[in-house]
Write a protein that binds this ligand. Structure first.
Ligand code: SAH
Length: 221
């Protein structure tokens, strides 16, 4: 078993992460806590920073992008109210970590990443870890994945000025979208629920994500 420093291996670090970062801050969904205990987050970051993988922080994954802080992954996942049979769309594959958590909790995960290099790295990780219910596409996620719509759940892991219209069109009846919305530097987590022709909106924690860049997001600089 790999030992980190003197005392803890990765499994123990994950247990500690759940105990000290997630439970005290109010994450309650037992399925979410179990998924966070199970998925090897260190596999989704570069080898030279693997020891930091379970720290209470976002980490660089190259290409100017980040893997979200564990707590933020847990909050967003809990807000998605996954029971096990959902078809989920994620915009912003990044390292692939959040997609792996979603794959533990839902039936199928479709994830879109605009940076091909990151998408390819994530694909390799899914293969190595045996996640065969995750499908990766390279492209502009603000357009959604129309061929696979509708989705029971959609989550965006990059910050945009609004929820992209095509995504609202691709959500199923009774479905949910969870996404950070705001300006380029600070956002707020929103949960949108579709029932009939109406969308209801709830606001949650302030947060900071890398920008959502695309036709229905920010323009590339
Ligand atoms: N969920 C990721 C965090 C990703 S950071 C994880 O668990 O690691 C946000 C990612 O969104 C970045 O990789 C960025 O390249 C990507 N991104 C930004 N705009 C996008 C868009 N329009 N479509 C798809 N991916 C996008």
């Amino acid at each position: 078993m790999t030992k980190i420093g003197v005392f803890l291996d990765y499994k123990e670090l994950r247990e500690l992460m759940v105990k000290t970062q997630l439970i005290p801050r109010g994450i309650k969904d037992a399925r979410v806590l179990n998924a966070m205990k199970k998925v090897p987050r260190h596999i989704f970051v570069d080898e030279r920073i693997q020891q930091k993988a379970y720290d209470d922080t976002a980490l660089s994954i190259g290409e100017g992008q980040t893997i979200s802080q564990p707590y933020m992954v847990a909050v967003m996942t809990e807000l998605l109210e996954l029971k096990g049979d959902e078809k989920v769309l994620e915009i912003g594959t990044g390292s692939g970590y959040q997609a792996a958590i979603l794959a533990e909790l839902a039936r199928e995960v479709f994830t879109i990443e605009r940076v091909a290099l990151l998408a390819n790295k994530a694909r390799e990780k899914f293969l190595a870890l045996g996640y065969n219910n995750i499908h990766v596409r390279v492209g502009d996620g603000t357009l959604g994945w129309p061929e696979e719509a509708p989705f029971n759940r959609i989550t965006i892991t990059a910050g945009g000025p609004k929820i992209p219209e095509p995504l609202l069109e691709q959500i199923s009846e009774g479905g949910l979208v969870v996404a950070p919305v705001g300006d380029k530097f600070t956002q707020q987590l929103l949960k949108i629920r579709k029932s009939g022709k109406t969308f209801s909106k709830e606001k949650f924690t302030p947060c900071v994500f890398v920008p959502l860049i695309g036709e229905h997001g920010w323009k590339e600089e």
